[in-house]
Every structure is written in C-alpha cells, then in structure tokens.
Design a binder for this molecule. Structure first.
Ligand code: SIN
Length: 447
C-alpha cells in the first residue's frame, strides 16, 4: 500500500498537479487536454523541436477531471520517488515479445519465449534509463497458454513482492492468454500501485536471441511504453491494465480479437482507458475501482492469495454452446470433479436442450454455473444466486477465473461465491445500484 506522501515528495510534480487541478476546476474537455499535452511535448505543429532521446522529458500525466478530484489517486501521482525517477520492475514470462524468428521477415514463423527479459530491457538502454530505473525478474520464458493456475498464483505473489519496493510493475507475456494473466492479476494483486501487462504480435529478434531485429517488431516500443506507463503512476488504483500499440485497456474488459493483427486488443463497447503519445500519458477514463482508491480495505478483493494455497483453488471450466450441442461435456466435467462451469452461451446466454438438462443434473450434484455469452460483447442477465449466476458482460474466460477464485475463497459456500461473481465481476460507477431502464421500476428519487 502507499505510504503517505511527504510534502517534500510532492514538490517535484507540483507542475503536473497544477495542470491537473486547473483542468478539474475549469472542467476542461478532452480535446483541450490533448492539445495541451501535445504542445508541451514539442509535437508536429508546436514551435519547440522534439527533445533528443537521451534527454527525453519524464512522462507527464494529465488525468480526466474525475480523477483530478480523487485525493488518493492524486496522492499516488504526487508520490514521486526521491531520485525523481520511478523504479519499475519488469517481470518476464515469455511469449512472442521474447520470440526468435527464422529470418528478419518471418513475422509468423518463430519460437516464442526465447530471449531473457533482462536482454529485452537492455536493448532499450540508454533511452529507458531516462524514464525509469528498471529491474528485471525472469519468472518464466514460454508461451502464455502453457501457464498453470499454480504459476498464476505464484505470479501474483511475485508482483506484490516487487511492488513493496518498486513504483510500478510491468509483466510481459504472450498475447494469446494475456487478457487472462491481466484479469487474474487484477483480481488478486493487493497493491494499488500500477501493474501493466504487455507483449508483442511480432517476434523481436531473428535467427538467435541476440540476432538482428525483426522488421517492424512491436515488442521494443511496447515494452518501452509499458515501463513509461507504469512509472508515470497514471494507472494507480486502476488495478491491472494491458498496454499494446500505445493504448491501454482495463484487464476486465479487454480481449484479443485477432490471431495476427497488430491492433488485436480491443475493449468492445467501452473502449480504451487511454493512450501514450511520446512522453504524454493520456487517461481518458478509469475503471470504477478507482472510486475506492481512498479506501484500501474496499479497493482490494477478498482474494488474498497469501492465505490460500493454489491447491485449494477448484477446477473450473468453460462449455461452449452451439446448435444441438450435446450435454455430455457438462456431465463429464461434473463427474471429473469440476466445481464450477461457465457456459459460453448463444446470444443472451442460451444453451441447447441437452446442455440445459445436463446443467440441471450437475447443479443438483453441487456444480455452480455462470452464464455468459459467446458473442464477445453484451450482457447476460438473470439470477444472482446459485445454481446459475448471470455473468453479465464478463467474457467466458474471465468469468472462469473469477468463478475459480470465488469458489476457492468461499470454501464451499455457493451463495457467497455467487455474490462475489456478481459484485466483483460487474463493478459499476453508480453508487445507488443499477438504474432501471423502465422508470416504473426505478427507485423513488431522494427528497
Ligand atoms: C503466446 O501467447 O505465448 C504466443 C503468442 C503471442 O505472444 O502473441
């Protein structure tokens, strides 16, 4: 957790704070904010030339007016380290960003998880050294899809440990399941300091780990910007964010939408949280969790992994719905001891007749279900109690992790697990509960 910032530590960022508070007071528009930050960076059209890389200005943060009024968020921004430069720990797990291709133009023919994370960071020197003091931890070096729940559990502890001394953490991983890494960390990391996931869609080196760079490799720029974002503290209290291609997204909402496209990560319906343009971090919106930044006990989830070994997390699985889908998948999973099943249903959560019958039988045997949609966006509404809980707009692969944590920490109390899936899985900005679309169902306005 953040120690209270001393007045001396706040001084170095006084200018940035004044900008933020002026924006809040004036209710400045997003357009005005972008104009201000661009000109301060000497972008095309501004009179000052761009600074040389080795003398690059520190990342500045201009938050939205909403964030400017959040005292704890502002304190996090102001808590500049005495050196004036943030400490960022980069934890490497592998993936394409650490990949070695067969040639400089082999964008799709490569081996992921080859280059050590220390080498990837070293290649960003001396420029990255102007932005942050960077340490590295090699957690693993393999494809994202081969990580186990036990390794996810250990990764959370490694991130929290690093955040005891670092101002922010960057975790690199393969992009295939990066959204699951991100949501897992979002649900389990206890520190409110920034955690940024990043990776790449193109391998970094050709022929060998220290070979020439692959043409158009995105990894170096993604890693550079992820370190800059973590060091800026702009996403303090956001939970984990995912940064690729200069844009950052909320862990809960982001998803990989294309197997090969560079702009694969999208947050359908809600959009990005913000972006990084040169030395400017622009925060356009924030996860609702930020509203609890002032209250650490409420900001954290109940999922404190220091109190629960990985072996106590039950198996949870996903079953896909389609035309005349058989029920045998659900029946077999229940027989194998799976405690929770997420259905990726058609449309607003539909499952076939056979799946429905199998679900009823499995629920009677003690399996908890979460109903989601296979459409990739939109909500599933319904019950908030066992045996079938509506997952709303949680993607199936995210709901499955939340169901696992909820069942594990509820220790057999299905009602408690269901309540966590509903509340933690579906945070909202409204403090008065959901606003009914039908005015007849809306609560009476306060007198
Ligand atoms: C992986 O997810 O490990 C491979 C694919 C990638 O990193 O983009």
């Amino acid at each position: 957790m953040y120690p209270p910032a001393s007045p001396a530590l706040r001084r170095p960022l006084a200018v940035a704070l004044v900008v933020v508070l002026c924006l809040a007071t004036a209710l400045a528009t997003a357009v005005a904010t972008v104009t201000l930050t661009r000109s301060s960076a000497g972008s095309p059209g501004a009179s000052a030339p761009a600074p040389a890389p080795a003398a690059a200005a520190p990342v500045t943060t201009v938050a939205s007016a909403e964030l400017a009024t959040n005292a704890a968020y502002q304190q996090a921004l102001a808590a500049a380290p005495p050196s004036g430069k943030p400490n960022v720990t980069v934890i490497g797990t592998g993936g394409t960003i650490a990949g070695v291709a067969t040639s400089r133009s082999s964008f799709t023919d490569y081996r992921a998880g080859q280059i050590p994370i220390a080498d990837l960071v070293a290649k960003l020197q001396p420029e990255i050294g102007v932005v942050a003091d960077v340490e590295t931890i090699q957690f693993g070096n393999k494809g994202s899809g081969s990580y186990t729940v036990a390794e996810f559990h250990a990764l959370t502890l490694a991130v929290d440990k690093a955040l005891e001394t670092s101002d922010g953490v960057v975790v690199t991983s393969g992009t295939d399941t990066m959204e699951e890494f991100a949501y897992w960390l979002d649900l389990t990391v206890r520190s409110r300091k920034p955690v940024v996931m990043t990776g790449a869609m193109r391998p970094t080196a050709a022929v060998s780990v220290d070979g020439p760079g692959v043409i158009g490799a995105d990894g170096p720029a993604n890693l550079y910007n992820a370190i800059a974002l973590a060091g800026s503290r702009a996403t303090s209290c956001f939970g984990t964010v995912l940064m690729l291609g200069d844009e950052f997204h909320a862990a809960r909402d982001v998803t990989k939408t294309s197997s090969y496209r560079m702009d694969t990560f999208q947050t359908r319906e809600l959009g990005v949280l913000g972006w990084i343009d040169g030395t400017n971090v622009k925060v356009g919106r924030a996860p609702s969790r930020v509203s609890m930044c002032n209250n650490p006990a409420k900001w954290v989830t109940p999922f404190d992994l220091t109190t629960l070994p990985a072996t106590d997390l039950p198996r949870t699985e996903i079953v896909y719905a389609y035309q005349q889908a058989g029920g045998e998948g659900i029946t077999a999973l229940a027989a194998a001891g799976v405690k929770g099943i997420v259905t990726a249903g058609t449309g607003a959560g539909g499952v076939s007749a056979d799946q429905s019958a199998a679900r009823t039988a499995a629920a009677a045997a003690g399996v908890l279900f979460v109903s989601t949609t296979r459409t990739g966006s939109g909500s599933v509404y319904g019950s908030t109690a066992p045996p079938v809980v509506a997952g709303e707009d949680l993607l199936p692969q995210k709901a499955r992790l939340l169901l696992m944590l909820s069942l594990g920490f509820a220790k057999g109390d299905q009602a408690k697990a269901a309540a966590w899936v509903t509340s933690i899985g579906n945070p909202e900005w409204s403090t008065a509960g959901r606003v009914a679309a039908n005015p007849a169902q809306a609560p009476a306005p306060a007198a």
